[in-house]
Design a protein around this ligand. Structure first.
Ligand code: AMP
Ligand code: MG
Length: 412
């Protein structure tokens, strides 16, 4: 059986980056740039005041101090968003607000707290230095600067910078369209009746949410019954997507037809089964050049498998260069035993004390216990060659919930 890392390598070798599209910058939030961005303007556009105060000629106030104040004539009052009517002459000051352009002839701003206004005059009590409290044109961004390279993931600050440099539209990589098919005669949808041992297809919903969480466009293929005909019909519909996901039916049970049906459709299977727990039964291959994942049916296994395999594939398609779930190093707080030969991904909660992270398991690790997925902040990794974690051991943890540090996360 192949390892998780080998499986990831095989999958990623079959994933191509998608095409690009032009979007308005707000729609670009969270997306990945498909073009280099250079600044077409200076930010700020003009030298302007960093303080409410007085624009002055530095030579006029050079020696000013509390004991030796300097008096200047105030020629006007300049709010932000307006230009001074004329340049400053010797012996003059211009009252100026934060952000207002510094007038020609001025080369320093004295903050209001170091002055006193008296009629049409102002007394300066502190000299500062030449250029003080002036933000220079282009000091944030200079016209022509290369701002962001292809591959940059756009966060709110990037969107602000694009706006500040007058970019309304940008080219980004397309979002992967991911088709989600659940399989099983026992499955019903939320609004259907639950009799005779039926269960709601929670995987359809958790997978759809995962697709959304990872920037994809979910396409629902509904529930396929455990017959080859129904499976085939729905899978064919899914081939319009960029990635096809099925859940359930990939084990060795009497009604586990997914692999057979995939094969009928020309599935070029790259592997089946990965040495991991949960999530061992996983098939991956290509149908008509579409990466297709036969994910396990158990509600936890399907989510853990998505995190290891589908997410990196989606991220690669979407132009990301960092593909895998980030990990942190933590100290185990309880004993965990596993079996060698498989990589264990154990649901756990993370706490932070005195600058270190600590993990405790969420308890019962059955692959049907979806509540333990909801309460988990992360997945503690126990590598293949290890069969025990002792309290105090350092472990790696994949972060599932980036908000784990917030104290008010309820303890289920
Ligand atoms: P299977 O691999 O099809 O035998 O499914 C394994 C387990 O996962 C069974 O207990 C199924 O009932 C359950 N299961 C399969 N698909 C879903 C689904 N879409 N939602 C919730 N549970 C499911
Ligand atoms: Mg099934």
């Amino acid at each position: 059986m192949i390892t998780v890392e080998q499986a990831q390598e095989i999958i990623l070798a079959h994933i191509n980056i998608l095409g690009t599209e032009r979007v308005d910058i707000l729609s670009g939030w969270g997306r990945v740039l498909a073009e280099d961005i250079s600044a077409s303007v200076n930010v700020p556009p003009l030298d302007n005041s960093a303080m409410d105060g007085y624009a002055v000629k530095f030579t006029d106030i050079q020696g000013a101090s509390a004991d030796n104040p300097v008096q200047l004539t105030v020629i006007g009052d300049l709010p932000a968003g307006y230009k001074a009517p004329r340049s400053l002459r010797n012996g003059e000051a211009l009252r100026i607000m934060t952000g207002a352009p510094v007038p020609d002839g001025a080369d320093a701003v004295v903050m209001q707290e170091d002055t006193r206004a008296e009629g049409t005059d102002v007394t300066i009590y502190k000299a500062g230095s030449k250029g003080s409290h002036i933000r220079r044109a282009g000091e944030d961004i200079a016209k022509g600067d290369l701002l962001f390279k292809v591959g940059t993931r756009l966060r709110p600050a990037h969107i602000g910078i694009l706006a500040a440099t007058k970019r309304a539209c940008i080219s980004v990589y397309q979002r992967p369209r991911v088709a989600v098919l659940s399989t099983g005669d026992e499955l019903v949808d939320i609004d259907e009746e639950m009799s005779d041992g039926k269960i709601v297809t929670s995987n359809s919903y958790s997978l759809t949410a995962l697709v959304k969480e990872n920037g994809g466009i979910p396409i629902t293929l509904g529930i396929a019954r455990d017959t080859k005909e129904d499976l085939k019909r729905r899978l064919l519909e899914g081939l319009h997507a960029d990635i096809v996901l099925t859940s359930g039916g990939v084990s060795v049970g009497d009604y586990d037809f997914v692999k057979d049906v995939l094969a009928d459709l020309g599935f070029d299977m790259k592997f089946w089964k990965v040495a991991m727990r949960p999530g061992q039964p996983l098939a991956f291959g290509m149908i008509q050049n579409k990466p297709t994942f036969g994910l396990p049916g158990n509600p936890v296994s399907v989510m853990v498998s998505f995190e290891q395999f589908v997410k990196p594939a989606m991220r690669k398609m979407g132009g990301h260069t960092d593909l895998f779930t980030p990990t942190l190093e933590a100290v185990a707080q309880e004993k965990v035993t596993t079996r060698t030969g498989k990589k264990y991904l154990i649901r756990c909660r993370i706490t932070c004390r005195d600058g270190a992270y600590f993990v405790t398991t969420t308890g019962e690790q059955g692959s049907g216990i979806l509540m333990s997925m909801a309460s988990a902040h992360g997945l503690m990794i126990v590598p293949e060659d290890q069969d025990i974690v002792n309290p105090g051991d350092k472990v790696k943890v994949q972060i599932l919930d980036r908000e784990f540090g917030f104290a008010d996360t309820p303890d289920y």
